[in-house]
Design a protein around this ligand. Sequence first.
Ligand code: WT7
Length: 659
Amino acid sequence: MSNAIQSVMHETRVFQPPKALVDTATISGLDAYRTLCKAIDDDFDGFWSKQATEQLEWLKPFTRVLDESDAPFYKWFDDGQLNVSANCLDKHVAAGKGEKTALIFESDDAKVTHVSYAELLTRVCRFANGIKALGYKKGDRAIIYMPMSVEAVVAMQACARLGITHSVVFGGFSAKSLQERIVDVGATLVITADEQVRGGKTIPLKPAVEDAFKMGGCDAVKKTIVYRRTGGKVNWDEARDVWMHDVEANQADTCEPVAVDAEHPLFILYTSGSTGKPKGVQHASAGYLLWALLTVKWTFDAKDSDVYWCTADVGWITGHTYITYGPLAAGLTQVVFEGVPTYPNASRFWEMIDRHKVTTFYTAPTAIRSLVKAADTNPDTHPKHFDLSSLRILGTVGEPINPEAWMWYYKEVGRERCPIVDTWWQTETGGHMITPLPGATPMKPGSCTLPLPGIAAAIVDEAGGDVEQGNGGFLVVKRPWPGMIRNIWGDPERFKSSYFPPELKGYYLAGDGAQRDSDGYFWIMGRIDDVLNVSGHRLGTMEVESALVSHELVAEAAVVGRPDDTTGEAVVAFVVLKGARPEGDEALAIAKTLRDWVGREIGPIAKPKDIRFGDNLPKTRSGKIMRRLLRVVAKGEEVTQDISTLENPAILEQLAKPI
Ligand code: WT7
C-alpha cells in the first residue's frame, strides 16, 4: 500500500458552505449532520425502516429491514414489494405534479423538448404495454444500447415498470463488448437506436448490434427494438427487428405497474475489475431506489424549484442513479443532453446552464479540465461570458479533482457562491458515499470530505485494522447500506472474493486507497488494483492487454496507467510483437493498427494513448512482468527502484522512448 501513497493532503484552504444555503438546506450545518449520523448509529434498523416507509410507496409493506443471515448477500426490506417506475412517475402525477416538466431534452444540434411528468408516464406506459405485447415479462433481461435521449429514459423506466431487469451498455462500447454483455446477462431483448449523434457526427448503433449478433451466442435474443433517431440506413430482419414507434403505436396510455420483490434485480451494469472480464454489478429495487432518492435529497439538497443537470451518460452508473432514477423519484426537473461539452464549441455547458436556468450542475473533473484548457486557448468560451446566476450547487464525480480545477470551477463557474460536492462513490455503491453536504460541510479542494449519514467508511490495513490518522490504507465500508451491490451476475464467488475478502472482517472493500486528515476528511488516492480511471471511466489493464494479445501480430502486452493532465490517467501499452521489433514508420503504422484494434475490441475510450515496442518486457527471473517499473518508464522517469530481481535490465532503456 505505502508505495501507492503520495501525499494528497497538502491542501490547507477551507471554504465554508454559503450561508444562504445553510439556512435553507435539508441538512443544515455540521451539527445537524452529526445528529443525523448519531441517530442512525443509535437505531440503525429504526432509521432505515422509517426512511423506506416515508420515502417509498410500497405495494406490499415490508416487515424486515436488514437481513444479514446470508452475509455478504445482504437483503433489505426483503418481504416488501413495490414498483420502481411507479415511485418515479405515478407518485408525482397522483400528487398533482403531472404538468411539471420532468425532462428538458437538448439535442446535439440544440433542439429543445420539454416532457412533463404526465407525458413521461404516458410514454413509459405505452412502451411498456408494447414490450408486454411482444411477450416479455417480469424476470426477463433486456440490453439497452441507446444514445442519450428521452427514449433511453423511457426504455429503462418501461423495463422497471414490468420488472424486466435492464443492462445498459454505453453507446461508446464496441460490438464485441456489447456481444459479451448480451451473452453474460442472458438477454432476450435488445433496445437500441439506428444511430447516435454526438458532436455533429453520427455514429451507428444498430449495425453494431448486428455485428454483435454475428459474433454468436446471442440466439436467446428474440426481438430488437429500434428507436429511430436519425433515419440513417439500417439492415432489417423482419422477424426480429421492430421500430420503437411501432411498438408504442396503438397501445393504451396506462399500464399497471408490476409488483416486484424489494430484492428483485432492477438492473445489472458491467464495470471493469482487475481481471479481463467485466463484472455484472447487480443492484436491487427498493434499497437502490431509496439510496438514489435520499442522496439526491441530501447531496444536491433537492428543492422543488430546482433545474438539475447531470451531464453523465445513462450507460454509466451516474446516469442510472442521477438521471433515470434519483431525480425522477425526487420529482425534479432535469436537463438531459445528447451531445458533448465541446460542440459546437467549448462554451456549450455554460450556454445551456444559462438557457435552462440550471440550479444544480453535476459533471466530471475531466470535463472541467478540458474546458479550462479551452477557455485559455479560446477566451470566448470562458464561463464569464454567460449568466450563470441560476446556479446553486456544483458537483463532481468519477475521479479525484485536482485543486487547480476545483478552484476554477468554484470561482469561474460558481462565482464563489456555490458549494462543490465532490462525490466519491462507485458502480457498486449505487449512490454517493463520501461527499460534502452543500449546506453543512466546509470544503477542502481535492477532498471528498465526510461520509454520508449511515455510511461506515473507514481506512484499514491488510488485516482490517484501523490505520492511524494520516496514514494511508484501504478504503472500506464496515456496515451494509441500502444501495449496495447485491451480487456479481452469475458469479457469487467472485462477488465475495472481490468485495468481502476474508481477511477484512467482512467489510466492503472499495478498491481505492485513501487517507484521512485531522478533521476526519477523506482523501482518495486512486485504485489499489489493476483498474485505471481514464476520463472518469473505469478500465481494467487486463482487459486492454487481452484485447492487444488477441491481435495476430502481438505476442505479449502489458498495460499501465500514466497521470494525464486532462484525462486523469492515460493508457500506456508495452507490446512485444511475434515478429521483429518495429521501428520508425513501421512502428507508427503498427501502433495505429493496434490502437484501432483495441477501439474495435472494447471501445474508443480504451485506445492506448502511447504504445511502445520492445524485444521483451521487464520480467523477474520467474517470468513475472514488473509493472511497477513499467509505470515509472511510462511517466518518462528514471528508474531508481531496486531492479536486482530484474532478469533483463537493458530492456528498460529500450522501452523508455516513445515511438
Ligand atoms: C471509481 C469508481 C462514481 C460514479 C462514476 C464512476 C473513482 C469516483 C471519485 C471522487 C476520487 C473517485 C474511484 C472509484 N472515483 N468518484 N469523487 N474522487 N475518486 O464509477 O466507474 O464505478 O468508478 O472512480 O477510484 O473506485 P465507477
